[in-house]
Every structure is written in structure tokens, then in C-alpha cells.
Design a protein around this ligand. Structure first.
Ligand code: ASP
Length: 394
């Protein structure tokens, strides 16, 4: 009975009920949107102090800049490998299914194209010029850059002073973890409202209208999540991915409902450490880094979406163009923030690289939120696996 009433089981039930209620009582679900918003705000409230404290504690516990460099290089190597595999899976599936070729649609300018990103502008956006602005605006990558400098510098100061700071941030970290555990108890309610709202607002019909495209994205995501990543976990990490999933699935369900890796971060850190057996040095550093840098789901989606748009416009993108897509999709996934819809914004970069009109985004905008839920789940699942795999090397 206790198991049946666990937060995980209730959350799955809440997702199903949310879909049902959003379809049958859309007005009611639009009216109780505030519950989901409240849940999201509580999670977001924890992000900044938690990222700051957990990354600091992780680096100081690693003990040296050398150990950090070691882990950091491994992390980036692993991220690149999995992102490349994700984009490749996306490209293979999209070439097999060929969504969009059957009916050439005309693009509609449903959303205003956001400004374009370049390599230089992206790189500069990672560096903070005022850490308090970064903190108040929630610029996670900038905060990460600052904390890495700060923590490595602290490793070079007098041990007694270092211990004081370490104790302080450990306390902050533990307190945030405790609040996260409380908020997790509210997951079923929050999830019910968030999912119900999306279904009531978007409707499930839009999914059917773009079924080939939706199928290509979800199938490729499933292959990556169920076969490729677990194989890497068993092979490099030497652990049972299924068993690990049952321990950390709460975070994946929250990622699905919120469509935000960043909002899920407090839960990912909590469940990976408390239930998944991931050490603090790994969870505290790899998860915040991964939430912004490692987005397999987003990378895969970018590749499929641009191919779908090209097909819909009757443009044939050959092998060399697909290599360009491979590179830009990888880059776009690194640049995308862990918030809903970030992947759609990054599409502009890819579209302009391959010479497609930016307003083509209007073609895929209608189903973006729902696909965002799927790709964010894979982003977070990828981060959780990365933390456990790299745990072996800490
Ligand atoms: N929503 C995604 C995330 O937070 C990013 C995206 O839009 O692809 O992970």
C-alpha cells in the first residue's frame, strides 16, 4: 500500500489524470494553472543557492584544481560523445521516416524570429561581468564560471579559512536539499496542473496534424534513452541502468512535466545523491554543468526539426549539409538554456546556417511544448546517467 502511494506512483497517476482532465475539462485545467506555477516557482527558488553551494562543495571536496580538470575533461568528453550519438540517431531516423515530404506546407510566421546567435556571442554570454547581475537574472552558465574560479581559488587559501567556507556551503547545500525533499512531496499536484494546462491549451489534435514529425522525434528520443545511453552506462559506468532509473525517475517525471532542466535540477541533485548513490563530488558538479551544457534530447530534436522543415519546403539537404547540421545541432544544444522553449529559439541558428527562412519555425511551434517535454526528459536522464557514470572516476 505504501509503495502504491509513493510519490513516484502518484506522479505517474497525476500525469495520466492531467492528460485526461486537460482533454475533458479544459476550462477547469486552465483555471488551476496557478498550482503548477506555484510548484515551478518553489523549485526555481532553490536553483541559484543550490547551484552555487553544490558546485562549490563538489569542487572543494575534489581537493585540487588537478582533480577538477580531470573530472571536467572527462565530463566534456562524455558529453560530446553522447550528444554526437544523439544527433546521429536523429539524422538516421529522420532520413528513414522523411517527415514533411508528403505535403509541402507553406510556412506561417506564428512567432517572431528571435535574434541570431553566433559563436562569439555565445562564448561571451558565458562569462559574467557582474556576478550579482548573473545571480539575480539566474544565468546559470555565468554562475558556474564564477563558482569554478571561486572554488579553485579557495583551494589555494589557508586551510582554516577554507574549512570555514566549506562548512558554510555544505550547510547551505544540506538545507537546500532538505527543502528540495519537501517540495518533491508536492510533485503529483504540480505535475497534474502543469500537464493538464498544456493539454488544455495546445490540445492533442496538433500532435496528430504533424504525426510524422512527432513520430520521428519521439522514436529517436526513445532509441537514445532506452538503448544507447543505457548501453554506455553498463559499458563505461558498470552499473545496471534500469535499476538506477527506478531510483531517480522522479527527476525524469518532473523534467517531463516542467520542460525545464534547470527547474528539475534541485530534484536531480537530491535523488541522484540520496537514492541513486552518486557521490556529492559528482552529483554536485556534473548535474549543474549537465543541466546547461549536456542536452542530448535537444540536440537530437534540432537535427530532426531542421530536416523536417527542409522537407516541408521541398529543399533537399544532402550529406554535406547534414554534416553542417550535425555540428550546429551539437553547438545549439550546448547554448540552449535549461528552460522551456530554449531549443526552439536555438533553431534560428541552424535554419540560418543551412539557408532556410527563420519564419519556418512557425511550422513546428504548435507541437513544440509537447516535444519539449519529451526532449527535456531525455536531457535530464542523460545528465543523471552522466553523473553516475563519471562517479566511477571521482
Ligand atoms: N526545455 C529544454 C530543457 O530545459 C531545452 C529545450 O528547449 O530543448 O532542457
Amino acid at each position: 500500500m505504501k509503495r502504491l502511494l509513493s510519490t513516484e506512483t502518484l506522479t505517474i497517476l497525476a500525469i495520466l489524470l492531467g492528460i485526461l482532465a486537460g482533454t475533458v475539462f479544459p476550462d477547469f485545467m486552465l483555471g488551476v494553472k496557478w498550482i503548477g506555477d506555484l510548484f515551478l516557482m518553489l523549485l526555481k527558488m532553490l536553483i541559484i543557492p543550490l547551484v552555487f553551494a553544490s558546485v562549490f562543495v563538489a569542487i572543494v571536496s575534489l581537493g585540487s584544481g588537478e582533480a577538477l580538470k580531470n573530472l571536467g575533461l572527462k565530463a566534456f568528453g562524455y558529453y560530446f560523445l553522447t550528444t554526437a550519438l544523439a544527433v546521429t540517431t536523429g539524422l538516421v531516423i529522420v532520413n528513414l521516416i522523411e517527415p514533411g515530404t508528403a505535403h509541402h506546407l507553406a510556412g506561417s510566421a506564428a512567432i517572431t524570429p528571435p535574434k541570431e546567435h553566433t559563436f562569439a556571442s555565445l562564448l561571451l554570454s558565458f562569462v559574467p561581468s557582474n556576478i550579482f547581475t548573473s545571480l539575480s537574472q539566474g544565468k546559470i552558465v555565468q554562475i558556474l564560471v564564477f563558482v569554478i574560479f571561486f572554488a579553485v581559488a579557495v583551494l589555494h587559501i589557508e586551510p582554516t579559512k577554507r574549512e570555514t567556507l566549506q562548512l558554510f556551503f555544505e550547510a547551505v547545500n544540506d538545507a537546500m536539499g532538505t527543502i528540495a525533499a519537501w517540495i518533491i512531496k508536492l510533485t503529483p499536484l504540480g505535475v497534474f496542473s502543469l500537464i493538464g494546462y498544456v493539454v488544455a491549451k495546445e490540445g492533442l489534435q496538433t500532435l496528430w496534424d504533424l504525426k510524422d514529425y512527432v513520430l520521428a522525434v519521439t522514436l529517436a528520443l526513445a532509441i537514445h534513452a532506452v538503448f544507447i545511453l543505457p548501453l554506455l552506462a553498463a559499458w563505461i559506468g558498470r552499473f545496471n541502468p534500469l535499476e538506477y532509473f527506478t531510483k531517480v525517475r522522479e527527476a525524469v517525471l518532473i523534467a517531463f512535466s516542467t520542460a525545464s532542466s534547470s527547474a528539475t535540477l534541485p530534484v536531480s541533485i537530491e535523488v541522484a545523491g540520496e537514492k541513486g548513490g552518486v557521490r556529492r563530488e559528482s552529483a554536485g558538479f556534473i548535474l549543474p554543468l549537465g543541466a546547461t551544457v549536456n542536452m542530448d534530447g535537444t540536440a537530437l530534436y534540432e537535427a530532426i526539426a531542421v530536416m523536417f522543415i527542409a522537407n516541408s519546403y521541398g529543399v533537399d539537404l544532402g550529406f554535406s549539409q547534414q554534416i553542417v547540421i550535425f555540428l550546429t545541432a551539437t553547438f545549439a544544444s550546448v547554448g540552449a538554456a535549461g528552460i522551456p522553449g530554449a531549443g526552439l529559439v536555438m533553431m534560428t541558428m541552424i535554419l540560418s546556417t543551412v539557408g532556410l527562412p527563420l519564419e519556418a519555425i512557425g511550422l513546428i511551434a504548435a507541437v513544440d511544448r509537447i516535444l519539449d517535454m519529451f526532449r527535456t526528459s531525455i536531457n535530464v536522464w542523460g545528465d543523471l546517467l552522466a553523473a553516475k557514470i563519471l562517479n566511477r572516476f571521482v
